[in-house]
Design a protein around this ligand. Structure first.
Ligand code: GLP
Length: 250
């Protein structure tokens, strides 16, 4: 696990976008795993800017998103499908048929989850997975206690996650209780992973992640066993870790 410290959100987004753009150029038919949330929005903005300025082509790129809320309509402005369209997909030349998110709109959700796992396998696996991290250490929507062997499935959101994500909803009771999420074993099969973190709210979990042994209590800790993970985090997110451990650039 490599840790990179950057000054701020802008720099984090810049570096993450550079990793994605390099892959798109090196492997124009790559499969890229994408995340949602506040963290990667700046990265997507830079991808869009680069597409407009440098015409980096996504014509043969395929994308698979980490997760989607269960039971929201796709055109609901809180769905991750809507988020991805707004932030990225509507602005670059990615083909619609190459964009994938779990369905999760209507039952049977378990079957949708199984199909999604199969789809990722059929695509030949993920070349680069972009991850954020929950304040409780979740990756995708795999909450603390999720077995590391988990595959894509229907997951229940932790009350703290619903609370953290309530800011995107009009009413906090509107936050769905379940999602379809890539499993932890699914994420671990990605060839390369970048995990992004920004802001003071992520400082405690990054410190815990740095210090902990691999444990299902902190889902992101499994990434320590992956051969190619880079954490790109800004100074605020690394404040606690640096205070207690010194520099993280290594
Ligand atoms: C969400 C998503 C995760 C995301 C995380 C952090 O619930 N399911 O994929 O990484 O929580 O979100 P944010 O970037 O808004 O802090």
């Amino acid at each position: 696990m490599r840790w990179i410290e950057v000054d701020n959100y802008e720099q984090m987004s810049e570096q993450a976008a550079a990793v994605v753009i390099n892959l798109v150029k090196e492997k124009p038919e790559a499969v890229i795993g994408l995340a949602t949330g506040g963290t990667p929005a700046g990265t997507y903005k830079r991808l869009v800017d680069d597409y407009k300025q440098n015409t980096t082509s996504y014509e043969n790129i395929k994308t698979v998103n980490l997760d989607e809320y269960v039971g929201l309509e796709k055109n609901s402005d809180q769905s991750y499908t809507y988020y991805m369209d707004q932030h990225l997909f509507d602005h670059i030349n990615l083909k619609r048929e190459n964009i994938h998110l779990p369905k999760a709109e209507t039952p049977p959700y378990e079957q949708d989850a199984k199909d999604y796992e199969q789809l990722i396998e059929d695509l030949g696996g993920v070349d680069l997975q972009v991850l954020g991290i929950g304040e409780n250490g979740h990756i995708g929507f795999n909450e603390p206690g999720t077995p590391f062997s988990s595959k894509t499935g229907v997951v229940e959101l932790d009350p703290s996650t619903r609370e953290a994500n309530a800011r995107y909803f009009e009413n906090k009771d509107d936050v769905p209780t379940h999602a379809i999420s890539m499993g932890i074993s699914t994420i671990m099969k990605s060839k390369k992973i970048i995990l992004l973190a920004s802001g003071a709210k992520k400082a405690p979990i990054l410190y815990n992640l740095f210090k902990t042994d691999v444990t299902e209590d902190i889902p992101a800790s499994i990434l320590k066993e992956h051969p190619d993970v880079t954490i790109i985090a800004d100074s605020e997110a690394l404040a606690l870790l640096k205070e207690k451990e010194g520099s993280v650039n290594r």
